[in-house]
Ligand binder design. Structure first.
Ligand code: VAH
Length: 318
């Protein structure tokens, strides 16, 4: 049985659907600090869970006798920069609790790191798997500490911890909340609704990105990988593409020719983006567990616009 925290989040909400398809609905327990009228809650076991409450997490894991924990609850980069102390307590407090529950249950463990774990001194082009990590954001500090903590629980307690460094993730089910790469999601919604988008990230700002279906498959592939093949454990660099705002706009114009792109740069999120790599090197993930991404900017844009058009039309119709 798999316990997923942060199940109503951008990754969590689609990860639940994917896992329930792969392993059966009753074997995937969704949890989040709040409930919602979503299929995540209705189509399988759901528990209210505050990840900063260790006892509550232990009791939930015990109730379902879980053997895998996928810890997805976190405050993303921009929100964490706005409330750094809250971010530390949630991101690190939640992670320690989840790791402790995994240790007491001998459970396999997954949590994502991020390209946000790199800083301004890290090589920006084809950032290596093993390199300097001096992030200048609270989110980045949380992600580096999290990577090291997950490695520690493997070497010290033998917990089968695994993780990836996700790039910006683009999805059409649950919009992200409080991320720096969110512009790459918002742009598609606005393109459908208003045929124009005002980006808070400046033109020319390259960041790694990946379409959510590829991110979800990467989680399943890593968790099912032969442990003996894993030289790294947590924090595998994974990416599908690297682009800057003008490139997304140009791709959207192939479908919506009249699409207009404007810029109103948000200094805080621009500073975060500037401290991150332009493109990271995923070769360790490819070699050690066969990572691959199916979507590039062109196929992602086509799929996003199709899915959002259908979704927004039904909303308008309702
Ligand atoms: C964020 N979407 O923007 C997340 C992610 C690489 C970016 O960590 O904070």
């Amino acid at each position: 049985r798999i316990l997923v925290t942060g199940a109503l989040g951008q990754i969590g909400s689609e990860l639940i659907t994917k896992l329930r398809k792969e392993y059966g609905a009753d074997n995937v327990i969704a949890s989040d600090i709040r409930t919602a009228d979503k299929e995540v809650v209705d189509e399988g076991p759901f528990e209210l869970l505050n990840v900063t409450d260790a006892q509550q997490m232990y009791d939930t894991a015990k109730k379902y006798n879980v053997d895998t924990i996928m810890h997805m609850a976190a405050l993303l980069s921009a929100k964490a920069e706005a409330s750094p102390q809250l971010a530390w307590n949630l991101n690190m407090g939640g992670l320690v609790n989840a790791l402790e529950v995994a240790r007491e249950h001998g459970a396999q463990f997954f949590t994502p790191s991020s390209i946000g774990s790199f800083g301004p001194d890290t090589p920006k082009k084809l950032t290596p798997q093993d390199t300097l990590q001096r992030p200048t954001t609270m989110y980045g500090v949380n992600k580096v500490a999290g990577e090291l903590l997950c490695d520690y629980y493997f070497t010290r307690f033998g917990i089968d911890t695994r993780g990836v460094r996700f790039p910006g993730l683009v999805s059409n089910v649950t919009p992200p909340g409080g991320g720096t790469t969110d512009y790459a999601v918002e742009i598609y919604y606005e393109a459908i609704k208003n045929k124009t988008y005002t980006s808070f990230i400046d033109k020319g700002t390259y960041m790694d990105m990946m379409y959510m279906p590829d991110a979800l498959q990467a989680i399943v592939d890593l968790m099912e990988a032969e442990p003996a093949r894993l030289k790294h454990r947590n924090a595998f660099n994974v990416t599908a593409m690297s682009f800057e705002p003008e490139q997304v706009a140009a791709e959207i114009r192939k479908h919506i020719p009249e699409f207009v792109m404007n810029y109103a740069v948000d200094p805080t999120r621009q500073a975060i983006a500037n401290s991150w790599p332009d493109s990271i090197d995923p070769s360790a993930a490819i070699e050690e567990w066969g990572f691959s991404a199916a979507y590039d900017l062109s196929s992602m844009t086509k799929d996003m616009l199709e899915k959002l058009k259908a979704k927004l039309q039904t909303k308008i119709l309702i």
